[in-house]
Design a protein around this ligand. Structure first.
Ligand SMILES: [Fe+2]
Length: 220
């Protein structure tokens, strides 16, 4: 026997699968999307650069080569890029994106880092960039070395006019076993861990592995 659904039943069923019903009874895909997940905060750790990144002599987006050096830093070169968005998915212009990290040996260029690992004087250790209207940023860097107690990670801070800034850390998807033992990584919920864990892969025409780390900012 054929069942005739009431308009209310059709509306309820359509809502459950993300469709809406026009006055003529047609089902159309809803254009309104759920807000994007805001990038979680993580501790800046004890090694935020002193002086601040913008006041460092070398602070561009290429951490592999300092501006006065032709020699590349030690370690595996990688590219980190992504888009800064608001919760509706709109790219955020004029966002200042900073990264800082350990060199290949796992040492920070910071007075308080007492790790005996060797510093790499060819490595820039930090960088800053600003997004254009497409919200896009990009850094050339190296995969940071692991140091006692921590998995490989890159610290990141994003500040943008009209938004709440975020300080967070980016992790490498291929370090699963080590990530699983990292207490700062595991202080995040599973969806938040996913949001800061990046897959690095080398495209056929690319020289180095590339990872995409998109961030979502909350409005002020
Ligand atoms: Fe760190």
């Amino acid at each position: 026997m054929q069942e005739i659904l009431t308009r209310r039943q059709v509306l309820r069923a359509a809502g459950a699968v993300g469709l809406s019903v026009t006055t003529g009874g047609l089902l159309v895909a809803q254009t309104e999307k759920a807000p994007l997940r805001i990038t979680p905060s993580q501790t800046p750790g004890p090694f935020y650069p002193q002086p601040a990144i913008k006041d460092q002599k070398f602070h561009d987006t290429d951490l592999v080569r300092k501006m006065d050096k032709d020699v590349a830093a030690m370690g595996e070169e990688i590219k980190i890029d992504g888009v800064i968005r608001d919760v509706t998915g709109k790219p955020v212009e004029n966002a200042v994106v900073e990264i800082w990290q350990a060199c290949a040996s796992g040492r920070y260029n910071h007075a308080r880092d007492n790790n005996p690992a060797k510093l790499d004087d060819k490595f820039q250790y930090w960088g800053v960039g600003k997004t254009g209207e497409d919200g896009w940023y990009s850094f050339r860097t190296i995969r940071p070395g692991e140091y006692p107690g921590r998995t490989s990670h890159v610290h990141c801070r994003v500040l943008a006019p009209g938004f709440r800034g975020v300080v967070t850390q980016m992790y490498f998807a291929d370090r699963g076993a080590r990530n699983a033992r990292d207490f700062i990584y595991n202080s995040l919920s599973k969806p938040d861990r996913n949001a800061v864990t990046v897959e690095f892969a080398k495209a056929t025409d690319a020289k180095v592995p590339n990872g995409t780390f998109d961030l979502v900012l909350a409005a002020k």
